[in-house]
Design a protein around this ligand. Structure first.
Ligand SMILES: N[C@@H](CCC(=O)N[C@@H](CS)C(=O)NCC(=O)O)C(=O)O
Length: 237
């Protein structure tokens, strides 16, 4: 039975607005598994977040548990050929993207007025006009509270930029001049690193992270290489 992937929708020239969804899509494509997208499942998301998948009756929520499920249920090894040290480095890079960089991107997109208007505010355009201001205010307040609890919302914009550029520099150093993180073939961690770099480079939020990533030809080439390989319809010719 074909796997169903519950996701948002394409945005900013990317296959999905969420880097976690793009990560899951990339893993499915790396694994050579067919899937169909379902954009109607957010209200039923088991953890209140997307992505989640339905596979042969099993519902699996969270991109990392989706990866574990694909490895276990479909005998996929996303780390094939890597040393234990490379696997550890890959895990650290993934979690830096998901648990650090993600919050810096969220902070830049939701807290900066101009970025908010260019990006998240547009997601409310499909609501009836009178409902939009309240919905935007509510969601912005909710994200702001999350950012405050997580801690990233307590930094100044300058401090946040400094952390974000350090993340980009770390990814650039890891990739170096190689085609993929660990050499000539992509592995599981590439799905995450690609998804986050592509999201940061997209023409949505103007951030110091975006400037740093776009100024690095190796990172741009990495993003383009992954896009051409896994999402040719979204690759720039
Ligand atoms: N740890 C989760 C994170 C997923 C996540 O944060 N998804 C966001 C979109 S980028 C979401 O669905 N947010 C909706 C909400 O918090 O209401 C994963 O790896 O899948």
């Amino acid at each position: 039975m074909t796997i169903k992937l519950y996701c948002f929708r394409p945005a900013g020239g990317l296959p999905d607005a969420s880097p976690f969804v793009v990560k899951a899509m990339t893993l499915l494509k790396m694994a050579g598994l067919d899937y169909v997208e379902d954009r109607t499942g957010f209200a039923r998301a088991p953890k209140g977040k997307q992505p989640y998948i339905e596979d042969n009756g099993a519902i699996v929520a969270d991109s990392t548990f989706i990866r574990f499920h694909l490895e276990e249920a479909h005998s996929v090894d996303f780390d094939a050929g890597l040393t234990d040290e490379q696997k550890a480095v890959g895990w650290c890079a993934e979690k830096m993207c998901e648990e650090h960089l993600y919050w810096l991107v969220a902070r830049a997109m939701w807290m900066d007025d101009a970025n908010f208007e260019r990006g998240p505010a547009r997601w409310f355009d499909k609501l009836p006009a009178p409902a939009r201001p309240l919905a935007k205010w509510y969601m912005r307040r909710r994200v702001g509270k999350n950012l405050w609890s997580q801690g990233m919302g307590r930094h100044s914009a300058t401090e946040a930029d400094r952390l974000g550029v350090r993340d980009i520099d770390a990814l650039a150093a890891l990739i170096g001049g190689k085609p993929f993180l660990f050499g000539d073939a992509p592995h599981g961690a590439d799905a995450t690193v690609f998804a986050f770099l592509a999201s940061i480079m997209a023409p949505i939020a103007e951030t110091a992270m975006r400037d740093a990533a776009l100024a690095n030809p190796a990172l741009v080439a990495y993003r383009d290489r992954m896009m051409a390989r896994f999402f040719p319809d979204f690759a720039k010719s």
